[in-house]
Design a protein around this ligand. Structure first.
Ligand code: NAD
Length: 484
């Protein structure tokens, strides 16, 4: 099964911060892969803009070397690489300065779709928007792509929204959350709203609880300064995990269209109850198993910032009243895995009597690694030994189900950048969504600050602090094991 590739319209994509880590590791390789797949039309152009003093030719030379490290060898084809590099140009620009803007504006073709990717630090977003406007590059049809973090709290997010709104319409602003570009995340919507099977059961009457886990094995070394000001709640919960929760909990939108989907997500965020202090566990990794501690990694011996958080959340709606949502994310954990698990209630009565093998139905949606969806069901153990029940998985691992096609699954950035060019905002966050998410997280952070809360230590390679396990145990439930 090979996925169809429909070329997008002619575009000029400007990447501000083109020499940075994100551009090199994600954005440019994603564009190369789309080019390789035949999705970029002849004449589509990518213009790098950053402070370094490259010319078109010297940037291409640089990228020829660097892309070799960022693109798997199996995808490196000499002809395709040449074609891709020929699309590239470079304009030296200091976003805060005056130089370079005229040169850039002269390169932009009015007949092409214009997209401006803000792959620079958030402190530059305002200057960028103002300068694009001042130099006549905010045409009605252009788009801007804004990276996370989108604000640090509600008031800074509001201020940023207002700055962008002074220069661009909301339909031109693409706030990227790469979790929404993941194949399984979209499949979650296909599973929920493309089948009759699950939706009648998708509510508090039939669902016992939902777990969302985003576990990482890496620590914060390398980006410690940024991370120490954010912590897990700002870095993961307010954005990625909130988006996953929305897709799991939202009502069916009237159509798979940007505002229809985003209206429903917004309702979920607004229906979230404030979180009680007892329903939150914060953790910080200590030094063990050969790893340095969080405090060493960030170079701040007094840091109270959390590298782990577990939250029990409630969505107060007719559909979900009474079903808890347990969220958990952390660094330096046992395995790298992102998973959403929907645990259904037990059958009201077992006609087979007490049985070891009868377990709750579980729908596990795995975002990484090995994207796929697994449904655990109870069946009879084969053989003549009487009616003994066992649990078996109905496994929809994409790699197995789609065979060759699974290899064509686009990386999140590939899909999202193509959506920007197509003008489809469905998988991007609207300004009011981001603000509502901050409105929910701000009081959580304020409460810690007020009581000078200290995170609990946990060992690198563990599943997080003990109290996070207790958060579920006290409700008679268990986290799914963090495993690869
Ligand atoms: P980086 O520090 O590696 O790169 C920043 C880029 O901005 C460089 O190209 C630099 O030359 C350019 N730049 C800095 N100041 C400039 C100025 N005054 N004028 C013009 N260009 C300037 O940062 P990064 O990791 O690539 O991150 C870029 C953005 O993406 C940030 O907002 C970050 O939060 C976000 N982000 C990064 C990642 C990641 O994996 N790196 C993931 C998610 C979001």
């Amino acid at each position: 099964m090979v996925s169809r590739v429909i070329p997008v319209d002619l575009f000029d994509l400007v990447i501000f911060g083109a020499t940075g880590d994100l551009a090199m590791r994600k954005i440019l390789p994603a564009l190369y892969r789309r080019d390789l797949a035949g999705q970029l039309p002849d004449g589509a152009r990518i213009i790098g803009a950053a402070r370094s003093d490259f010319t078109d030719a010297s940037w291409r030379d640089e990228l020829r070397r660097d892309l070799a490290d960022c693109v798997p060898a199996s995808l490196q084809e000499a002809g395709a690489l040449d074609r891709f590099l020929n699309r590239l140009g470079y304009v030296p620009i200091d976003v805060r300065g005056e130089d370079g803007w005229r040169d850039l504006a002269a390169r932009i073709r009015p007949k092409a779709i214009q997209a401006y990717y803000f792959s620079v630090g958030p402190d530059l977003f305002g200057d960028l928007a103002r300068n694009l406007h001042a130099h006549g590059m905010n045409s009605e049809t252009c788009r801007i792509v804004v990276e996370k973090p989108f604000g640090h709290d509600l008031s800074s997010a509001r201020a940023l929204n207002a700055t962008l709104a002074a220069h661009f319409h909301e339909h031109q602003v693409y706030r990227i959350d790469h979790y929404l570009g993941k194949e399984t995340v979209q499949n979650l919507m296909a599973v929920r709203f493309g089948n009759m099977l699950f939706e009648p059961l998708w509510n508090a009457q039939y669902v016992d609880h939902i777990q969302i886990t985003v576990a990482e094995t890496v620590g914060v070394a390398g980006r410690g300064e940024y991370y120490d000001k954010s912590g897990a709640v700002r870095d993961m919960v307010q954005n990625h995990m909130m988006q996953l929760l929305c897709l799991i909990a939202m009502e069916p939108p009237y159509a798979f269209e940007p505002d229809a989907v985003r209206d429903e997500k917004l309702k979920v965020i607004r229906a979230l109850d404030p979180v009680a202090p007892d329903d939150i566990v914060r953790g910080q990794y200590g030094a063990a198993n050969g790893f340095a501690s969080y405090l060493e990694d960030v170079g701040n011996p007094d840091s109270h910032t959390e590298s782990f958080i577990a939250i029990k959340a409630h969505v107060s709606s007719w559909r979900w009243k009474g079903t808890p949502f347990y969220l958990r994310t952390g660094k330096r954990l046992r395995a790298r895995t992102s998973e959403i698990v929907v645990t259904f209630k037990d059958p009201p009565h077992s006609i087979f009597g007490p049985q070891e093998g009868q377990k709750s139905n579980v729908l596990a949606i795995r975002l990484q690694p090995n994207e796929g969806i697994k449904l655990k069901v109870t069946i009879k153990e084969p053989g003549p030994g009487g009616m003994r029940l066992i649990e078996v998985p109905l496994d929809m691992s994409f790699a197995e189900a789609l065979g060759e096609g699974a290899r064509d699954i686009a990386d999140a950035y590939e899909r999202l950048i193509m959506d920007v060019i197509r003008g489809n905002q469905t998988l991007f966050m609207r300004g009011d969504e981001v603000e509502a998410a901050w409105a929910w997280t701000d009081p959580i952070i304020a409460a810690w600050d007020a009581r000078e809360d200290r995170p609990q230590l946990y060992d690198p390679g563990s599943s997080g602090p003990e109290d996070a396990l207790m958060l579920m145990h006290r409700d008679g439930r268990r986290w799914r094991e963090v495993k690869p």
